[in-house]
Write a protein that binds this ligand. Structure first.
Ligand code: 5GP
Length: 204
């Protein structure tokens, strides 16, 4: 049976409150998937580890990496650079492991242009009301901040049509959303468009 050797590039986007990190954490430990570690110029948040959560680098270094062609894609988001280091990403896919990029909508559109074979997934809370409730969280933020975040989320959701798949993340059911991502990837592995030499290989 011919096997597809290279891993797939899987783009996961979703507005704040979609629970991307929780869902992707469910895929940790599954050797078929590896998260790409992005580079960023933003400061680490408490608990974040350099090299695990992000490569935390200076603007100068980031711009040097861009100039050297080291970035597969990058974007400026809320005043900071974020990007996917190219060599590490390609090494993961070459090894046959599926690579997960957790990136925002603009980066996802860039990836789609450069790698049309990428599988793009938007993760959403099940309804707009749940999205709002999650953004309001414990009510520690001002109404103005919440409104800004809601407006941004609305803009991001508007891009859902540009994605191949949508996955809903219900409260407390992140494992189900992760399972849906696994299934999508499994089905994509059976795509004849992705495996154009099946007949030749079959009779070889
Ligand atoms: P945060 O600062 O909350 O970790 O991330 C902010 C946004 O940047 C999120 O939407 C996240 O998905 C996105 N992001 C993280 N890494 C990358 C990357 O390498 N490229 C792009 N385009 N976006 C990224």
């Amino acid at each position: 049976m011919p096997e597809r050797k290279k891993g797939l590039m899987i783009v996961v986007s979703g507005p704040a409150g979609s629970g991307k990190d929780t869902v992707l954490a469910e895929l940790q430990g599954d050797e078929r998937f590896r998260r790409s570690v992005s580079a960023t110029t933003r400061a680490p948040r408490p608990g974040e580890v350099d090299g695990r959560d992000y490569h935390f680098i200076t603007r100068e270094t980031f711009e040097q990496w861009i100039a050297d062609g080291e970035m597969l894609e990058y974007t400026e988001y809320c005043g900071n650079y974020y990007g996917t280091p190219k060599k590490a990403a390609e090494a993961v896919m070459e090894s046959g492991t599926n690579l997960i990029l957790k990136i925002e909508v603009e980066g996802a559109a860039n990836v789609e242009r450069l790698y049309p074979e990428a599988v793009t997934i938007m993760l959403l809370p099940p309804t707009a009301a749940v999205l709002e409730a999650r953004l309001r969280g414990r009510g520690t933020e001002s109404e103005e901040v919440i409104r800004t975040r809601l407006a941004r989320a609305r803009e991001e959701v508007a891009h859902v049509k540009d994605y191949d798949y949508v996955v809903y993340n219900h409260d407390g059911r992140a494992a189900e959303a992760a399972e849906m991502i696994r299934r999508i990837v499994e089905v994509e592995g059976h795509s004849t468009a992705r495996n154009p030499h099946i007949a030749e290989a079959y009779f070889a």
